[in-house]
Design a protein around this ligand. Structure first.
Ligand code: ADP
Length: 684
């Protein structure tokens, strides 16, 4: 009002300054001075009144300051013009700002709320609250603000205040820790909620004892096909989760009695109409001091399907294992047998009890002594175990003559080696066939060689006497010869003819034997006289100066009457004695017989022998020379000539007569040939 009055007066006098006279101006001045003086005294009065009030208030504030100085809560006194008059110790401690740092509200806003946008919001909010409080003459309703402290940390403060006279008492409550704890709790609750809600296992939480569902997870809600609001508050029974009421009472009884339930099976009908089942797991849990029942449901049908698929796969694997001809063993990296087939046990002759131990080491020590070279077998096993990625293929030979092929490779799962697969195949028959084939090839080659040598020998054996016959016949024919010479040449021709005949006979004999056309002509034979006749013939025929030929008998002439094929017996003896004579340069040739009895057969045999003091026969040839065309291939042998058929024919005849032939010999000392024939006495 006073200001208005002053303004108006000034305006009125300003309008007249230019037109007024000096007297009028002095008059105006006097008038104004009076008004000024009265206004001045009025102003001074007002100022004095005001001072009195201020002092009074200041005194109260000072007393109050002292109280709040020590208050445990952060406080500040702010005047209405925005000056921060005072902040207490607690506020300094909480924010780190001294009163000098924040002399006024503008400075406070800038420091405590550095983010401009947030600051705007805070200022608006706070000033609104202050204004309402002032208007309604009430305390300032507080709010939460995030205050940036001097050290840069941010604290959540609940800031409220009380307007007193022209000042505001501001209170700061530090709720940072409370908010942090609340946030942590919220986060952990969120985690557990997600865990529960997102679990793939249908899960529900029900109240005890009402059994009303308090919470179900997403999976169960989707199985039930209903929004959760329609499920919460209902019981499992009401929702048809337990079609059989007996299950409900059984579950209630069990959970009450035991406090938990595991693997309780509930039957259900699957969408395709077939029967399936669920497994129920239950636990009593306490949430906010209230008991709840936590139920987890597992679809056993899925598990069953997985088990079925697993079973199918296992049976396929097992039948594949069993249908193979190979013995298969699978061992893991710890040396434990993880799989094997029957064939494996059979091939290695491993008792079932030992297989049941599934211990690779035990199996190994059992099979080792069956092998010819167990050391290299073991070395290979060790090598493969220390190089798990290595493959191997080799052959194993058994003491009993069997031969196995061994193949081994690592067992892999996703490129990781988890064990080793061993596979064994019995290839004995194949190996034998291969060996027989090799042998047959060798024999064929040998036969070929023998044939060539035979042809060579035979042509020599035939040509020599033939040439003699032709040559001497020509001489006989063309010249006048003295009778002695003629006789000598005639003898040579006869001798050569006999030689030729002997060779031809041998060839015919061997052909007859090969054709199995040999006939036995048994008759009464007197052994003593047969041996005697042979001796005489040899003495006449092939008498050698330095060789004595003699024979021995062991039966009286009467007892020496036996039944046999005389022609063959003579041919055998003649062959043997002929050889003895051929390969003996000096000494004795003795032949004869003995009667021997075969105890096991309850029969007796005549054992003939032909003994010489000739060149002898090497050990390795003692069986060979009985084969066709075989001769001891040395130059000394060849010098004696012959077709290599005599012993072969003799052996065949001995066997046809029911006996055996063999020999003893010492090199350069001589040989003794033995043969037997059954001793069948002739009935006189
Ligand atoms: P050949 O005498 O016509 O060669 P054989 O079948 O009768 O044929 O004899 C085969 C081979 O056996 C002879 O070539 C000779 O090497 C050896 N042999 C046979 N008898 C004797 C013997 N008494 N002493 C030394 N070697 C012999």
């Amino acid at each position: 009002m006073q200001t208005d009055c002053l303004t108006k007066t000034n305006q009125g006098s300003n309008m007249n300054y230019q037109e007024k006279t000096k007297a009028e101006l002095i008059n105006d001045y006097e008038e104004l001075k009076q008004k000024y003086d009265s206004l001045k005294s009025l102003f001074e009065k007002v100022v004095n009144d005001h001072k009195m009030n201020a002092n009074f208030i200041d005194e109260g504030v000072n007393r109050f300051r002292k109280i709040i100085e020590l208050a445990p809560i952060a406080m500040a006194i702010v005047s209405l013009d925005g000056t921060i008059e005072f902040i207490n110790n607690k506020a300094i401690k909480v924010f780190g700002y001294l009163n000098e740092d924040i002399p006024n509200m503008d400075r406070w806003w800038t420091l405590a709320y550095p983010d401009e946008n947030y600051r705007k919001d805070v200022v608006n909010d706070w000033m609104g609250r202050v204004q309402s409080a002032l208007n309604e003459n009430k305390e300032i309703i507080g709010n939460e603000f995030n205050v940036t402290c001097k050290d840069g940390s941010i604290k959540t403060m609940y800031i409220s205040g009380v307007p007193v006279s022209n000042k505001i008492f501001v209170l700061f409550d530090d709720i940072t820790e409370r908010r942090q704890a609340e946030e942590a709790l919220r986060e952990s609750e969120e985690k557990f909620r997600i865990l529960f809600d997102e679990s793939p296992m249908p899960t529900l939480l029900s109240e005890i004892p009402s059994e009303k569902i308090a919470f179900i997870n997403k999976r169960l809600a989707s199985i039930l096909g209903k929004p959760r609001v329609e499920i919460i508050g209902k019981t499992a029974n009401e929702l048809g989760l337990l079609p059989n009421p007996a299950d409900q009472s059984k579950l209630t009884e069990m959970i009450t009695r035991m406090g938990y339930i595991d693997n309780y099976e509930i039957e259900k009908t699957l969408p395709d109409g077939s029967l399936g089942s669920d497994l129920v797991f239950m636990r009593i849990v306490t949430i906010s001091e209230k008991p709840f029942c936590l139920t987890i449901i597992q679809d056993k049908s899925e598990q069953k399907q997985a088990e079925e698929a697993q079973k199918q796969f296992s049976s396929l694997l097992q039948s594949t294992l069993e249908s193979t001809a190979d013995g298969i063993l699978v061992v893991n990296l710890l040396g434990q047998v993880t799989s094997y087939n029957k064939k494996f046990g059979e091939l290695w002759k491993i008792p079932q009890k030992l297989l049941d131990t599934r211990d690779d080491n035990k199996l190994l020590s059992f099979i080792l002594n069956q092998l010819i070279d167990s050391e290299s077998f073991l070395a290979k096993v060790k090598e493969l175990y220390s190089n798990p990625a290595q493959n191997c293929y080799d052959t194993i030979e058994f003491k009993d003559g069997r031969v196995f092929e061994r193949y081994s490779q690592p067992q892999l799962i996703d490129d990781n080696i988890v064990g080793r697969v061993w596979s064994f195949r019995d290839v004995t028959e194949r190996k034998m066939a291969e060996m027989a084939l090799i042998k047959a090839k060798e024999i064929a080659e040998e036969n070929d060689r023998l044939k060539t040598s035979f042809l060579h020998n035979i042509s020599h054996e035939i040509r020599t006497p033939m040439n003699a016959i032709l040559g001497f016949s020509e001489i006989l024919n063309s010249t006048d010869l003295l009778p002695e010479k003629r006789k000598y040449f005639t003898q040579l021709i006869i001798q050569s003819g006999n030689q030729l005949l002997a060779i031809i006979s041998d060839i015919i004999d061997i052909a007859t034997i090969e054709a199995e056309q040999v006939k036995i002509n048994n008759d009464n034979v007197n052994l003593n006289s047969t041996l005697k006749t042979i001796c005489e013939q040899f003495k006449i025929k092939d008498h050698k100066q330095n060789v004595v030929i003699k024979f021995k008998t062991c039966l009286s002439d009467g007892e020496a009457e036996v039944i046999t094929d005389e022609t063959k017996l003579i041919q055998i003896l003649t062959n043997l004695i002929g050889n003895a004579q051929k390969f003996t340069e000096k000494g004795i040739i003795e032949y004869g017989y003995n009667i021997v009895s075969d105890e096991t057969m309850h029969a007796s045999s005549i054992l003939f022998y032909v003994k010489d003091t000739g060149i002898g026969i090497p050990l390795e040839m003692r069986e060979e020379i009985f084969k066709r065309f075989r001769q001891v291939e040395s130059s000394s042998t060849r010098q004696y000539g012959g077709s290599g058929l005599g012993l072969s024919i003799s052996k065949s005849y001995v066997e046809i007569l029911g006996g055996k032939i063999w020999l003893d010999s010492e090199m350069d000392k001589g040989s003794t040939f033995y043969f037997t024939i059954p001793y069948t006495q002739a009935v006189s």
